[in-house]
Design a protein around this ligand. Structure first.
Ligand code: PLP
Length: 481
């Protein structure tokens, strides 16, 4: 398997070469040259693997289709080491939880529990694997890596918990100062491991993301200081997420003639892009419903064909903060497919078009209708009041407390239910991470897993900094010996 850049660069690297990188050299995103196709027999076999051997074995099977430069037995060990009940809380790793009222014969909706890893958000699903892959590959090459990341909360803590104490890896994680929940800040800033550096940027998440891009675009600095990334543009992360679409599908169905739909609380389009990849491989997914919060760049695109990035001032600070984005960094991957993999056109609209105009418009392009008809995409939007109501409603009807991002998903999913097709909403975080909103909705504190008792009071390690890529570079240089 070889990988290409959405902007047409001539290189065709293999998995381990792009594992340690972010963007392609031309600023594009990596995708496989083609999606492996699963016929009925292959799907049946995967279902059996899931049923008899569980998540780690399923992960190995799916990853093997995309990774041919790690010996299979090593890859199998990495998957087994990553997806254990000790780390993810249950033997199923990603159990389905039916949202079923007493009078219903069949559940119409499920939550897929992706948030029982070390940081209580779905990002652990990919990041824990990435930590093990990085350690493996760096040891094999005899190299070290400095991971530079941007987070609005969940990515950063997931990355730090995955990389803490790992040999050959340092983490420099930028986050918007004061914008994460107290629980999230405590999770990240209380890590005192020597290889973990927290940098709080005076700005919003996109300022952090711009800094990461600026540093990564300085190719000389990047090479000299061995800068890598773990942001959602990393292909290995996206690939790891493809696996739980299969696991969700196999749990909700008994035959491959059945279809399911997924609703995905979305920000940077990484999670739902993994669903797109699964669907392109032949997993029988009916609809992929993109749920956004007030920051509705993606909903706007799927409704109108116009992709209009927002300025810093137009980025809303919401009660589902991990979806507070002004542009969706993974979206280029899907648009590349939507444009029939036309890299010149992708380059034109994402490169020059977006940077000069701040938007592109595909409403007049014949391909736009295919987002819904061929690729199965729908979308919807949820705002603070919807979130509160949905948290209340799910608690009253099903006795379950859901987090704010998952609530955006449930709200939008309810608007896209179809008879006969089960709807799986991805549960992207646990409610304890966003306790203030839960208290507002339910008048009570969400449950706190015992290992997180009292973390807000722990000593913190964080450096506050102006939104300036040069300052971040200087900090990295200083901490690299
Ligand atoms: C990261 C995150 C999202 C958004 O996922 P994307 O892959 O960026 O679309 C949604 N919910 C939670 C809780 C997250 O941490």
């Amino acid at each position: 398997m070889r990988y290409l850049s959405t902007r047409g660069h001539a290189d065709r690297p293999k998995f381990c070469d792009i594992l340690l990188e972010g963007l392609a050299p031309d600023g594009g995103l990596y995708l496989p040259e083609s999606y492996p196709q699963l016929d009925a027999a292959a799907l049946t076999r995967l279902r059996q693997v899931w049923q008899s051997q569980g998540y780690a074995a399923l992960a190995f099977e799916v990853l093997s289709l995309y990774i041919d430069d790690i010996p299979p037995s090593d890859l199998q060990d990495l998957c087994r080491k990553t997806y254990t009940p000790e780390v993810f809380g249950t033997p199923e790793i990603v159990p389905l939880k039916p949202l079923q009222a007493a009078e219903q014969a069949q559940p119409k909706m499920y939550l897929e529990a992706l948030s029982n890893g070390p940081t209580l958000a779905f990002k652990d699903m990919a990041m824990q694997l990435l930590g093990n892959l990085f350690e493996y590959e760096l040891a094999r090459r005899g190299e070290t890596l400095n991971i530079l990341g941007a987070t609005s909360g969940d990515t950063g803590s997931a990355a730090e918990y995955a990389m803490r104490g790992k040999k050959g890896v340092r983490v420099f994680m930028t986050s918007p100062n004061g914008r994460m929940s107290p629980f999230q800040q405590a999770q990240m800033f209380s890590l005192l491991d020597e290889n973990i550096h927290n940098i709080a940027i005076e700005g919003v998440f996109d300022d952090c993301q711009d800094i990461v891009k600026a540093v990564s675009n300085d190719l000389e600095f990047k090479r000299k200081y061995k800068i890598g990334t773990v942001n959602s543009i990393n292909w290995a992360r996206l690939l790891a997420q493809v696996v739980y679409y299969f696991a969700g599908y196999f749990q909700a169905t008994y035959s491959n003639d059945q279809k399911v739909s997924f609703t995905v609380p979305s920000g940077n389009f990484g999670n739902v892009c993994a669903g797109h990849v699964a669907r392109m491989m032949g997993l029988p997914i009916d609809r992929l419903v993109v749920a956004t919060n007030e920051n509705d760049v993606l909903d706007e695109f799927f409704r109108t064909g116009v992709y209009r990035v927002r300025g810093t001032a137009d980025t809303h600070e919401t009660s589902s903060p991990s979806m507070d984005i002004s542009k969706a960094s993974n979206f280029e991957r899907f648009v590349f497919d939507l444009l029939g993999r036309d890299s010149a056109k992708t380059k034109a609209i994402f490169g020059t078009g977006l940077s000069q105009q701040g938007f592109f418009d595909l409403s007049g392009d014949a391909c736009f209708a295919q987002a819904a008809t061929v690729y199965g995409f729908d979308s919807g939007r949820s705002i603070h009041n919807d979130r509160i109501k949905t948290i209340q409603q799910v608690f009253e009807c099903y006795g379950m407390v859901i987090d704010t991002h998952t609530a955006d998903g449930v709200k939008v999913a309810q608007e896209h239910l179809h008879k006969q097709v089960p709807m799986i909403v991805l549960e992207t975080a646990l409610p304890i991470k966003f306790a203030a909103t839960i208290v507002q909705a339910l008048g009570r504190q969400p449950e706190r897993p015992p290992q997180f008792e009292g973390i807000e009071a722990l000593p913190k390690r964080v450096q506050v900094m102006k939104a300036d890529a040069d300052l971040v570079k200087a900090y990295i240089v200083q901490h690299c010996d």
